[in-house]
Design a protein around this ligand. Sequence first.
Ligand SMILES: NC(=O)c1ccc[n+]([C@@H]2O[C@H](COP(=O)([O-])OP(=O)(O)OC[C@H]3O[C@@H](n4cnc5c(N)ncnc54)[C@H](OP(=O)(O)O)[C@@H]3O)[C@@H](O)[C@H]2O)c1
Length: 285
Amino acid sequence: MTTVLVTTATGQIGSALVPMLAERGTTVRAMTRRTPAPGVVDARAEVAVADLDDTGSLRAALDGVDALFLNTPSSQHAAEQQIRAADLAAAAAVRRVVLLSQLAADEDSPVRFLRWHARVERHLGTLPLEVVVLRPNLFLQGLLAIAPAIREHGTLGAPIGDARISMVDTRDIAAVAATVLLDDGHAGAVHTLTGPAAVTHTQAARAIAAATGTPVEFRDLSEARFAAVLDGVLPAWQIDGLLEDYAHYRRGEAAAVDPAVPEILGRPALDLAAFARHHRRAFGG
Ligand SMILES: NC(=O)c1ccc[n+]([C@@H]2O[C@H](COP(=O)([O-])OP(=O)(O)OC[C@H]3O[C@@H](n4cnc5c(N)ncnc54)[C@H](OP(=O)(O)O)[C@@H]3O)[C@@H](O)[C@H]2O)c1
């Protein structure tokens, strides 16, 4: 029986991944920093209370683990957290690590997030581990962060113009992660995960409007306006990083559609309309 440790088990991808692994009959250890309230973590999972910044707790969480889903929230310390966790996994004789990176990770990128993800990928390549890298594109679920503005004002604003992005549903990322954590044949692979089509934010606004039955309009924001809207909501480093991300999207660098999701899952990737229907209540439907 394989034991899988899932970091960010209560997060966007992790919370979808834990039940998928449990469904496959594997032993799932869900990592979280505090004992979760009932119902937060799938009841079939073991809970490991551990912190990525606390080596002792992480070492205990990795004890007896065969495969690790390695992910952290985006932060200024994410690369250090991931490198430390990977080193501890190698020391604990974990066989396989599935790393959550980002589409177009590149140490020479002008986008800070893409630079640090690439640095972690390179480090993992030096360790005695079977590594599978997942490089997802922008999450469709990221639109949920601006659901309050969509509900209240009927607008979806971003500095993106009519650039297309092959946004991906986090449920597909989790499904791919479950497959490559448990099935052989992916060691050394770098899988780019996208949705089935490259879509504009105007199309995203229309899909949400169709799902909710209320009008939603896309507003192309200047970078300065976008930064002003986020000021006080997000820290400065994250706003700067998002501006770099959006410049990358505007250059059309995140528009390609990759076949990895349908090839690995044996079904089409979830699309924008399915995402909007699934989350219509959050958007006011
Ligand atoms: N957003 C996008 O469009 C996008 C696109 C491509 C790649 N990515 C990458 O995706 C990653 C984020 O994935 P995600 O959104 O699924 O994660 P997430 O939801 O932001 O992860 C949040 C979880 O992390 C856990 N956590 C926070 N600090 C921790 C710590 N010190 N130790 C242990 N656990 C901790 C929390 O668990 P507890 O509170 O339960 O402890 C929380 O549930 C980032 O690396 C980002 O660069 C994002």
